[in-house]
Write a protein that binds this ligand. Structure first.
Ligand SMILES: [Zn+2]
Length: 264
């Protein structure tokens, strides 16, 4: 196919994607605080790149990314793991010291938008759906999984939601840390300015920067272990390629994508 981008494919090409039962990829992210050193669209940028990488293997078409994400307030335990006061009211990564809040959509509205988008695709017969999710909030993952399951029941579709970051990618996971910073250096170098952070080796406290390791602090000092200041574009390329491969495996397992060679 000339292009994998849904918005650039002609009707007869989209119908060919449908006939071959190749997936439509729907990248979903957030518009969210990712430290003072990155633009807020990290999650959707990453999901889009991973979707394009996976589609290059499976065939299909990649819908433009939805820059919407949802979050809930953190529990006392979750706050404690991040070194934040247990009585603070913190939604997602919106730590009290951040200079700008994230644009989190209410969960019910987020679910309605996702449901409507998937209905539009299923309604015209695109029944292989790969939702690639760049924002790993528990509530967002639940909603996407529920809506994919609904499409399977209601339309007989094959639909799966896959989170676009994978353990084993070559960097510890987290929020706005080593992995995501490297990914953005690779994908959108203009959206990263490491000089917005103090120079290494000064420790970065989660609470000061809205940057965190996955699961919170292992050592209990609440400083960033997977340090964004160690990121390189080469690492970002490795992570993005690995994520695309892992996505393809997950989609094959879920019956959403077949081997590309069988479909051409
Ligand atoms: Zn992110």
């Amino acid at each position: 196919m000339r292009t994998l981008k849904f918005e650039e494919l002609l009707p007869h090409e989209l119908l060919e994607v449908q006939r071959r039962e190749q997936p439509i990829y729907l990248p979903v992210g957030s518009m969210e605080w990712h430290g003072p050193h990155m633009g807020m669209g990290v999650d959707a940028c990453n999901a889009y790149a991973v979707a394009l990488g996976a589609a290059a293997v499976t065939g299909g078409a990649v819908y433009p990314p939805l820059y919407i994400g949802t979050e809930t307030y953190r529990s006392a335990q979750s706050l404690a793991r991040l070194g934040l006061p247990e009585n603070a009211r913190v939604k997602g990564m919106d730590f009290p010291a951040n200079s700008l809040p994230s644009f989190y959509w209410p969960p019910e509205l987020f679910e309605q938008i996702i449901a409507a988008q998937l209905d539009l695709l299923c309604g015209v017969g695109f029944l292989h759906l790969a939702v690639i999710n760049g924002h790993a909030a528990a509530v967002q993952k639940e909603i996407l999984a529920r809506q994919c399951a609904r499409c399977e029941t209601q339309y007989g579709a094959r639909a799966a939601a896959v989170t676009a970051l994978f353990e084993g990618c070559g960097a510890g996971l987290g929020h706005a840390g080593l992995a995501e910073t490297a990914i953005m250096q690779y994908l959108r170098p203009d959206a990263v300015e490491l000089t917005r952070l103090p120079a290494a080796p000064q420790p970065l406290f989660y609470a000061d920067w809205g940057i965190a390791d996955a699961g919170g602090s292992g050592s209990g000092d609440f400083t960033v272990r997977f340090d964004p200041r160690a990121a390189t574009p080469e690492l970002g390329e490795t992570i993005t390629r690995y994520a695309a491969q892992q996505c393809v495996l997950a989609l094959r397992k879920a019956g959403v994508a077949e081997e590309f060679a069988q479909n051409v």
